[in-house]
Design a protein around this ligand. Sequence first.
Ligand code: HEM
Ligand code: HEM
Length: 190
Amino acid sequence: MASAGDPVGLSAMRYSRVAMWFHWTIAALAVLNIFLGFYHEDFGKAARAWMMFIHKSTGVTVLGLSLARLLWRLGHRPPPFDAVLRPWEATLARITHWLFYGLLIAIPITGWMLSSTSDRPIDFFGLFEIGTLPVSRSHAMHETMEEVHELLGKLMIGLILLHVAGALKHHLQEHRHLIGRMGPWLYRGR
Ligand code: HEM
Ligand code: HEM
């Protein structure tokens, strides 16, 4: 709604502070985990073990935050898409956003299943242990979960590229305040 400090009502077109906090915290942790997942093998034994320790703890954090975000999101409507978006663009953005929610939950769960095949609990940042999931401890299960976890990780990278390309394209072309919808630092309602 327009107010004295926001004469054209742009603040009604922005995500709330809670949505922004969830967005940027989870995005940063997920990108860190993609890096740790793909590159840990390029390091020595001790560094690899440490990177996997951080990877698993961060991954479980992403799972918890994403479940909380999904529950919160189901009760809070996002701001409407800007009218400059063509209908197919709005549909693609909507599909991308829901796929993100799905992946941000499915990837850590498959990681947890993968780690459970080795029958070792997760040491959560050295604070406490999280038990294993009831999955088979067989080699075949380990291989399958490794494949699925990696495939979903690659899908996530594709989706991030699509999402960022879309955001930048619209921001730089006809829709200059777009990133400000999700960026607390770019537009303050003045
Ligand atoms: C791992 C990285 C990222 C993930 C998982 C992610 C996920 C999401 C999700 C799920 C939404 C929809 C929120 C909702 O309606 O519930 C969203 C919106 C948005 N994201 Fe991201 N995001 C990521 C990175 C980025 C980056 C790097 C940018 C900036 C270039 C960005 C800019 C935006 C913007 C501007 C919106 C609002 C779109 C609109 O409705 O106009 N995101 N993101
Ligand atoms: C945001 C969450 C997560 C993301 C984005 C993610 C992503 C990845 C990626 C991209 C890989 C590399 C796949 C490969 O090249 O084979 C990987 C490996 C791995 N992830 Fe995750 N992961 C996440 C959460 C988790 C969680 C919660 C766990 C376990 C509790 C986990 C356990 C593993 C393990 C054990 C590997 C090593 C596979 C191997 O090298 O043998 N991940 N992860």
